[in-house]
Design a protein around this ligand. Structure first.
Ligand code: SF4
Ligand code: SF4
Length: 212
């Protein structure tokens, strides 16, 4: 398998397959909206930057963890990386175990990366007064994005995306740190793959795109 579409199809007819399909469809919709938001407001990350992943451990839902675990098991097929995730249990501050220091391409699971990684530095949020606001990522020393915008018009905010994500989830949207959540999905996915007789040979060697 070499794409999330194939992954969803391989698990078709199962709860896990439906969960991955629904989540990927939400990610695709959000990606289109954030790309258009960033274009419109001249928001971009610095070339090759992945600093947020070094100082951060994503909080993710069960559905997100299922997709990352499936990506690691059946697309990346990287046992060392899976072990690194398991060894990071208890680390709540980062660096994220899926971050690649040694590569200009940073995220090992880019296509399956969680929502917060898609939105960090690329989305407005609702402040305590109810206004939609954008603030520059604190690591963006190159100033490749505006410092501060308060929106007069309606723009999508992080909270809207977060509600949409949680409404898909089987554990009432409860979030936890990536290592714990992903590790908790590995056994059940392997069991399910065994039942479905999925082939897990041919390790993936495709390059990874940029983290953000
Ligand atoms: S949000 Fe963008 S600019 Fe900020 S640290 Fe992450 S990759 Fe770099
Ligand atoms: S973008 Fe990838 S490497 Fe960075 S925090 Fe998210 S999952 Fe980890």
């Amino acid at each position: 398998m070499d794409s999330i579409a194939q992954l969803c199809s391989a698990f078709g007819g199962t709860y896990a397959g439906q969960s991955m399909t629904d989540l990927f469809s939400l990610y695709t919709e959000i990606e289109q909206k954030t790309a258009s938001f960033c274009r419109e407001h001249a928001i971009a990350c610095a070339q090759g930057c992945g600093t947020c992943c070094e100082h951060f451990m994503p909080d993710i839902t069960a559905s997100e963890a299922r997709l990352v675990a499936a990506y690691l098991l059946f697309i990346k097929k990287d046992e060392a990386l899976i072990e690194k995730v398991q060894q990071s249990i208890g680390n709540q501050k980062g660096p994220c175990p899926l971050y690649r220091f040694d590569s200009p391409f940073h995220c090992s699971v880019y296509a399956a990366r969680p929502l917060i990684c898609r939105l960090f530095g690329a989305c407005a949020y609702q402040d305590k007064n109810g206004s939609a606001v954008f603030r520059r990522c604190k690591y963006n020393e190159e100033k490749t994005m505006p410092e501060h915008i308060v929106f007069e018009s309606d723009v999508p905010v992080m909270q809207d995306y977060s509600y949409a994500l949680r409404s898909l989830d089987d554990q009432k949207g409860e979030v936890g740190f990536l290592p714990e959540k992903v590790a908790s999905m590995l056994d059940q996915l392997q069991f399910l793959a065994g039942m479905l007789d999925l082939d897990d040979s041919n390790p993936d060697d495709t390059p990874n795109p940029l983290a953000s």
